[in-house]
Write a new protein. Structure first.
Length: 403
């Protein structure tokens, strides 16, 4: 008699079916569900709105608003990523609650452009729903998960109430409330720790990789919004193709070798549970902040760049475009350094060189700055690849890999 694999459930012979066995999900090798990917699409809508807000107000005030909103959004996205990693949405009640959280993220996206100017209460109410659903879902994850969430949930709830209060106030008090809400979220993991949460490495790495693909795709949406229905003449098409090089190369930087994701998984797997959680927080929350903020800056700048590709760029869009690329490359270098999955120096050098693109776009032309930045990223990729091939680093440290 053949032996049934451990992840397969035998079907009773009386059942009228054509197959002899039904696979049972392996919780140790969990992967991202379609509902989680759907959730990420709703979440990235908020990135589109942040880029829109920054494109409309490229000042220090606009940048501060984008940063404060982004931090709260990104913190709770991370919370939901940890949630579905611990409690996959297989049951109907879990799916319904996750859909409710998605709806709340949609409310946040709709209120983001005016979160500091009339829609603060609605934004805070949506955020309160998000943190409440998050805490409730964790309560279904077992006694240990519920206890851990009881320590963190008060920080989330007070942060949401502070944002609601900000919506009722005017002047500097608004920014004080928002800053206090962000500060609460920053100190929460340091006060309570994250060691009490279990983590499935494969799912966690895959989830953030899929999010980065969707966030990079937001740059293409910015191209469409920036043209604003105008005729696709030679100048617009040429600039659009050149701009396409930037997100394409940034995608390659993140996913430059097929083994990088496996090495990231292994970097997490080789740690004990407490160290794994701390490492995941550093690599997939903090190190992703400059990458995602960089993509928001790039998307906002593209809206300005595509309109007059052969004209000089105003200083602020030029800063946003070059600064976005610099932030992204610095974040990649930080990410690689935390997990020790690749060299850092090429990306750090490229991040510094990308800043030199500001006068290029401001004094020459927008299209020249775009071409310069594309060349910088390609050079960093080439240098990284040569180093990887010469050192054999791509195979080092992965069990079972021999080349």
């Amino acid at each position: 008699m053949s032996q049934v694999p451990p992840n397969v459930r035998a079907v009773d012979a009386s059942e009228d079916v054509r197959v002899a066995a039904v696979p049972v999900p392996n919780t140790n090798d969990a992967r991202v569900t379609t509902l989680e990917l759907f959730f990420d699409l709703a979440f990235v809508f908020n990135f589109t709105q942040l880029a829109r807000l920054l494109a409309q107000d490229m000042t220090a005030r606009g940048a501060a608003q984008v940063f404060l909103i982004f931090w709260l959004l990104w913190w709770m996205y991370g919370g939901y990523a940890w949630l579905t990693n611990h409690l996959p949405p297989h049951r109907k009640r879990h799916r319904l609650l996750l859909l409710l959280g998605m709806a709340a993220f949609l409310v946040l996206g709709l209120t983001t452009p005016n979160a500091f100017d009339g829609d603060g209460v609605a934004f805070g109410a949506g955020y309160l729903v998000i943190v409440s659903v998050h805490a409730l879902l964790f309560a279904f994850g077992g006694p240990m998960a519920a206890r851990n969430m009881l320590r963190i949930a008060p920080f989330h709830i007070v942060a949401a109430l502070l944002v609601i209060c900000a919506g009722l106030l005017d002047g500097p008090a608004v920014y004080v409330c928002w800053s206090s809400a962000v500060a609460l979220e920053i100190v929460a993991p340091y006060i309570n720790g994250v060691s009490g949460f279990s983590l499935k490495s494969g799912h966690f790495v895959e989830r953030h990789g899929l999010l980065m693909i969707i966030a990079l795709g937001d740059s293409f949406l910015a191209l469409g919004v920036g043209t604003d229905g105008r005729h696709a003449g030679l100048s617009v098409v040429t600039t659009a193709v050149l701009i396409f090089v930037i997100p394409a190369c940034l995608w390659w930087v993140y996913f430059d070798e097929s083994e990088k994701a496996r090495r990231a998984e292994w970097a997490l797997d080789c740690k004990d549970p407490a160290e794994r959680s701390a490492l995941a927080l550093s690599a997939f929350f903090y190190a992703h902040i400059p990458m995602l903020l960089g993509l928001i800056l790039i998307a906002a700048a593209i809206k300005k760049t595509i309109t007059e590709p052969f004209g000089v760029l105003p200083l602020t869009p030029s800063l946003a475009l070059a600064g976005g690329v610099s932030l992204y490359l610095a974040g990649i270098a930080w990410f690689h350094g935390i997990l020790k999955i690749g060299p850092q120096r090429f990306h750090y050098v490229a991040a510094c060189v990308a800043a030199l693109a500001v006068p290029v776009g401001h004094y020459l032309a927008a299209v020249v700055e775009v071409a310069f930045l594309g060349l910088v990223i390609v050079t960093a990729l080439y240098s990284d690849h040569r180093w990887t091939v010469r050192s054999g680093d791509i195979c080092r440290g992965i069990p079972g890999e021999v080349r």
